[in-house]
Design a protein around this ligand. Structure first.
Ligand SMILES: Nc1ncnc2c1ncn2[C@@H]1O[C@H](COP(=O)(O)OS(=O)(=O)O)[C@@H](OP(=O)(O)O)[C@H]1O
Length: 441
């Protein structure tokens, strides 16, 4: 019998959670409960009020719907068998030579271990192997009653092939079963630039949304010919987390922006891909990038020497970072490849100051269900920007230390040169973008 559990049909004292892959969506303990990233490993957890003040749980680990033993089960079994044999031997009952058993068991044990770890093979399809009591873990518990209230319009399904008696017993009491589909998909949206404009903040904010999945790291596929030739598009899709059909996959690789061939490659791969572009005041972006580079390389010259050509005494166009901030040419290229309505533009300072407003705009652009609420963000005065607050767990999350670095002071002379240098690019950008109210345009 194939099927999946619809979490809205779970009674309030039942949870679906995923232990294995919690590190895959670290931002969401909540996701750990409702939206497991790894479709294969699920745990149906039943909360039982216990006699003491803490709560205990009975859980069934499911692997592709089978009741799975913990991976240590073969180990436990072998040690139990080995103890029994020893016991029999001690009683003087001849079983076989110890070395024979060891020689037999170790390879079998390793084989079973490997099978359970790397395939869907389940050696012991019995509930009794995995039912156990777990101590109350705070993160698992949403506020009382909220399991019913949480986005009830979303019909969430999990792919389970239920064929164990134990699960049937559980599901008869609690759930109806239907098929669900977890797939790795080509992203329906790519944050393609610009680096140092708040791209990390956007993807982290997006991942708060239950209908959004994103890989952990930048993939940088379309700007890497070696990856394209050696691995191909299939590899790229493999890097995406699995998602359900109502979820969208978002990827962020901000260095696509200045590598124009990325536009053509993305268009060729999936012409309807939505694009997100963040733009920041160009000099601020440049300084931000300089701060990052100087932290990585101690041999980087002073900002002035780095940015001003020795021979010309003017802004050095040979410095790649300088030209990244000359947005107009890059933007005009991307907009020749993709229609304007397919590209959502966010002004970096606005994202920093008004994350809720910007994320709601983005939600509309991506046709996501309304999700963001004021309580999802809070201003962290130490960091100087908004951080996130997870619903239900109340846990907070800020971007890493590489965001919000202190900037060097740029001398007036250099600043003048930079302002003059970027002015024509900014004017051209304004013409391209039309009605935008960026404070620096
Ligand atoms: N909302 C919000 N929250 C936190 N930080 C924000 C935000 N918006 C913009 N920024 C600033 O964006 C800079 C980092 O940009 P990116 O994340 O695109 O950098 S990277 O390309 O991924 O390295 C980094 O700039 P600097 O601090 O000047 O280096 C961040 O401070």
């Amino acid at each position: 019998m194939g099927g999946s559990l619809n979490r809205h049909q779970l009674p309030p004292n039942y949870r679906l959670t995923n232990h294995r892959n919690d590190d895959h969506c670290p931002e969401h303990q909540l996701r750990g409960i409702f939206i497991p990233c790894d479709p294969r490993i699920l745990t149906l957890t039943m909360a039982k009020p216990s006699s003491n003040s803490r709560q205990s749980y009975t859980s069934l680990s499911l692997r592709n719907g089978l009741v799975a033993p913990r991976w240590s089960t073969p180990l436990v079994c072998c040690s139990v068998i080995s103890s029994v044999l020893n016991y029999l031997r001690n009683l003087g009952i001849y079983v076989a030579k110890k070395s024979t058993w060891t020689a037999l068991f170790i390879p079998v044990l390793l084989f079973v271990l490997l099978l359970t770890l790397f395939t869907d093979f389940i050696p012991f399809n019995r509930a009794s192997y995995s039912v156990g009591v777990q101590k109350h873990s705070r993160e698992w518990l949403p506020p009382q009653g909220s399991i019913q209230n949480y986005r009830p319009q979303m019909n969430f399904t999990l792919p389970l092939n239920v064929n164990s008696d134990a699960l049937r017993n559980v599901s008869r009491n609690t759930t109806s079963l239907q098929q669900g589909h977890y797939l790795k998909r080509f992203p329906s949206c790519i944050i393609f630039g610009v680096s140092k404009c708040g791209t990390k903040a956007v993807i982290e904010y997006l991942k708060l949304h239950p209908d959004v999945v994103a890989p952990k790291a930048e993939i940088n596929y379309f700007n890497n010919e070696t990856l394209q030739h050696q691995h191909g598009l299939g590899w790229y899709i493999q890097q995406m987390p699995p998602s359900l059909s109502h979820q969208i996959t978002v990827e962020k690789s901000p260095d696509y922006f200045q590598n124009h061939q990325c536009a053509d490659l993305i268009r060729a791969a999936a012409p309807s891909t939505k694009l997100i572009l963040l733009l920041r005041e160009p000099i601020e972006r440049l300084v931000s990038e300089y701060m990052q580079l100087s932290e990585k390389s101690l041999s980087l010259p002073d900002f002035e020497k780095w940015v001003i050509g020795q021979d010309t005494g003017d802004v050095d166009q040979k410095v790649p970072s300088v030209m990244v901030s000359a947005y107009a040419d890059h933007v005009s290229y991307w907009l020749r490849v993709f229609p304007r309505e397919q590209v959502h533009i966010i002004e970096s300072q606005s994202l920093r100051d008004y994350p809720l407003h910007e994320m709601r705009r983005l939600e509309t652009f991506l046709h996501l269900q309304p999700f963001y609420q004021p309580e999802d963000f809070y201003f962290n005065s130490t960091r100087g920007f908004y951080c996130m607050r997870m619903r239900y767990t109340g846990k907070t999350k800020c971007l890493g230390k590489s965001k919000g670095r202190e900037h060097i002071t740029v001398s007036d002379t250099i600043m003048d040169k930079l302002v003059r240098f970027y002015q024509p690019y900014n004017q051209k950008l304004k013409q391209i973008l039309g009605a935008v109210d960026f404070p620096w345009l």
